[in-house]
Design a protein around this ligand. Structure first.
Ligand code: C2O
Length: 485
């Protein structure tokens, strides 16, 4: 039994390698996209959901998605193409080697979710191709849209198609599921602020775009696990604030909006790497050190490594409608070496976050290094007894200003997505070099600092009567500290 499983796995690996090498041709024989002519295959285009919404209610791409979700919801849970199975791939305690795999708090977060999305999209596209009543163009071109919540304030609302009670034929809309963010609500601006992420000039390590260097890390197995800047915001923050199914690992994939949220995270990676010209890791440990396994639209096994999904998106035959972003910042010589970090101060007691503002002050020593590099505020070993679907603005101040919660001292937004998992130890890091440098220049950086968490309530906490109540949960932050590089 085991031997035959292994054999199957090896065969599928070889097959994937073959596809990787001859990708375009192989895909062309199985996918007849309208623009894939000759040797150069043009990609499937993942569109901004707001472009689709602007065309009027129920764009064919979204209607086809809703129909596919209905089909997937009706498949038996054990069918790899079912929505239940797909959600369980992300996080479930069911024992199947394909399930409960999602990579968080480390440098596999981005490549793993890119693969996960890619095979989910393959499943949806396969189902759409077999649906009645879908036009040929949609059938041939279907690609997962992305939810870009980083535009005007209106883009921070749930797209209307995901809020509509019914489909055009009057039946219940499968894209609408219970959420705490509902009609008339918006994400807080700080929940979607990509500034810190896009300013990260390295991929791996503390303060890096893509997360800490870890081994296979579902959540906190690796002692070095720590979320990267993109995972923190807007990834975790959007999970928390949308709440409901999206607020928990185990159920997130059941909200059809999950996949559009992750398409946007994947797109932001492309903005960072391609538009802004930053480098993905070139370390073999990352490129080929881990193999991740999925099921495709036919239910067949697929295996990929980060190297298979990070050369260019062209190798995967998709692209995004828009990857514009801040201009490239070439020329900066970014040290990729791992400079040892020094903890110069930390709280000695844990802190409770239960939906109220909370502060904690602690002593800091001057850095021993004469020219300290980056300075980080670390939030370590956060756990929660139940889902925490709330985000907190985080402020770093000195005692004189206490409690100063003005933008001058805002260092970022914290979400505790996943902290309710058993064995959780959520670790975050905020780059506070600016605040540190400013305070130091003014000679106000003292031997004591204080950190304040201020909850973000949706629309001031006024319930529309439809949405789920916002759930602060019971978060316990093990330690808050200042780390100097
Ligand atoms: Cu693995 Cu957005 O989660």
């Amino acid at each position: 039994m085991l031997a035959s499983c292994n054999l199957l796995f090896r065969e599928s690996m070889q097959w994937v390698t073959a596809v990787g090498k001859r990708g375009t041709r192989v895909r062309q024989t199985t996918r007849l996209g309208p623009t894939r002519i000759g040797a150069v295959a043009t990609d499937f285009v993942r569109r901004n959901v707001w472009t689709l919404e602007a065309a009027g209610p129920w764009h064919p791409t979204l209607l086809a998605y809703a129909s596919a979700i209905t089909v997937m919801s009706q498949l038996p849970d054990a069918d790899p193409r079912s929505l239940a199975y797909q959600a369980a791939v992300h996080g479930n305690v069911v024992a199947d080697e394909f399930l409960d795999q999602c990579q968080h708090q480390g440098w596999y977060f981005l490549p793993w979710h890119r693969m996960y999305l890619y095979w989910f999209e393959d499943i949806v596209r396969t189902i759409v191709a077999g649906l009645d009543g879908v036009d040929d163009q949609t059938r041939a071109e279907w690609a997962l849209p992305y939810w870009d919540y980083g535009g005007a304030a209106e883009t921070r609302a749930i797209p209307p198609t995901f809020l509509a009670a019914t489909l055009p034929d009057g039946t219940p809309n499968p894209l609408r599921v219970p959420r705490q963010l509902d009609v008339g609500d918006r994400l807080d601006g700080t929940d979607v602020d990509t500034g810190a992420a896009l300013r990260s000039d390295r991929f791996a390590g503390i303060g890096g775009f893509g997360g800490a260097r870890t081994g296979h890390n579902h959540f906190a197995e690796d002692p070095d696990a720590r979320a990267g800047t993109l995972e923190m915001t807007p990834h975790n923050t959007v999970h928390s604030t949308v709440g409901g199914l999206l607020g928990q690992f185990e159920t997130a994939g059941l909200d059809p909006l999950f996949w559009l949220h992750h398409a946007n995270i994947d797109r932001l990676w492309e903005v960072w790497a391609v538009t802004m010209g930053h480098a993905n890791p070139n370390e073999p440990a990352w490129l080929t050190g881990q193999t991740f396994r999925f099921r495709d639209g036919t239910g067949a096994e697929r295996a990929q490594q980060p190297a298979d999904v990070t050369t260019t998106l062209t190798q995967l035959h998709y692209e995004y409608e828009d990857i514009s972003g801040p201009p490239a910042t070439p020329g900066e010589d970014v040290p990729r070496s791992r400079r040892p970090t020094e903890l110069i101060g930390a709280t000695d007691e844990s802190m409770a976050l239960t939906g109220e503002s909370a502060s904690s002050a602690f002593d800091v020593a001057p850095p021993t290094r004469r020219s300290p590099g980056r300075v980080f505020l670390t939030v370590d070993d956060a756990t929660a007894s139940e889902m925490s679907a709330m985000t907190y603005r985080v402020y770093l101040t000195v005692p004189d200003d206490d409690p100063a919660t003005t933008d001058e001292f805002l260092v970022g937004t914290a979400s505790f997505f996943g902290a309710d998992r058993s064995g959780a130890a959520l670790r975050l890091a905020f780059d506070v070099t600016d605040v540190f440098t400013r305070l130091r220049a003014d000679e106000r950086w003292t031997d004591r600092v204080s950190v304040t968490f201020v909850p973000n309530w949706i629309a001031g906490g006024q319930s529309t009567g439809e949405r789920l109540p916002q759930q602060p949960g019971e978060v316990r932050v093990g330690r808050v500290g200042i780390v100097v590089e």
